[in-house]
Design a binder for this molecule. Sequence first.
Ligand code: COA
Length: 178
Amino acid sequence: MTKVLVDKYSKLAELAGEFFVRQMQPEDITAVMEIDRDSFPNPWPENTYRYELQKNPASHLSVIQTRERPRVVGVVGYWLIVDEAHISTFAVHPEWRNRGVGKVLLAAMLRQAAALGAVSAMLEVRAGNAAAQALYAEFGFRPVGIRKGYYKNNGEDAVLMTAGHLDGGGNPHQEDTK
Ligand SMILES: CC(C)(COP(=O)(O)OP(=O)(O)OC[C@H]1O[C@@H](n2cnc3c(N)ncnc32)[C@H](O)[C@@H]1OP(=O)(O)O)[C@@H](O)C(=O)NCCC(=O)NCCS
C-alpha cells in the first residue's frame, strides 16, 4: 500500500515538474533553518545540521525547491538504521503548505530510503499535530504507541507511527514483532 502511494506521488511530481527534490547541501542550512523556525518550537541549531550533513553517516537530508526562481521550500531527513528509516525532520515553509509539496517530498524520501535498503519507516509526531498525522496515514503510517511527555517545550505526548513494506514486499521481521 505504501509503495503504491509513493509511486503515485513521485509520478505526480515528475508530471507537475514544478518542484525538484535533491540532497541537502551545507549552503542550504540558512534557508532550512528559516523553514524550521516557522515550523518547530525547538528548531535544530546550525551545528546540528552541520553534524547531520557532514559527520553522521546514517543521516540523509533532502530539500525540495521550486524549479523557477529556485527557492528551498521544504526539508526532510531520516536516519537509516539497518533496514529502518527513522524520520528525523520534516517541514514545509508555511507559505507553501497544503499544495502537495510535503507529499512530494515525503514520497521522494521514502523512495530513496527503500532504494537504500529500508523496509520500514518510523517517526514521532506531536499528539496534537492532526495535519501531519493525516498526511502520514495517507502514506500507510499507523500509530503504534505513545511516548509520554516526549516534547520538552510543553510536555506534549508523541505518537509513534510506523509504515512497513517500503520495498513493496513482505517483511518477515516485522510480522514477528507485531
Ligand atoms: C506536515 C507538513 C510538512 C505537510 O506539508 P504540506 O506541504 O502542507 O503537505 P501537503 O500539502 O503535501 O499535504 C497536506 C496534507 O496534510 C493533511 N492536512 C493538512 N491540514 C490538515 C488539517 N487541518 N487537518 C487534517 N489534515 C490536514 C492532509 O492529509 C493533507 O492532504 P489532503 O489535502 O490531500 O487532505 C507541514 O504542514 C509542516 O511543515 N508542518 C509543520 C512542521 C511539522 O509539523 N512537521 C511534521 C513533524 S512530525
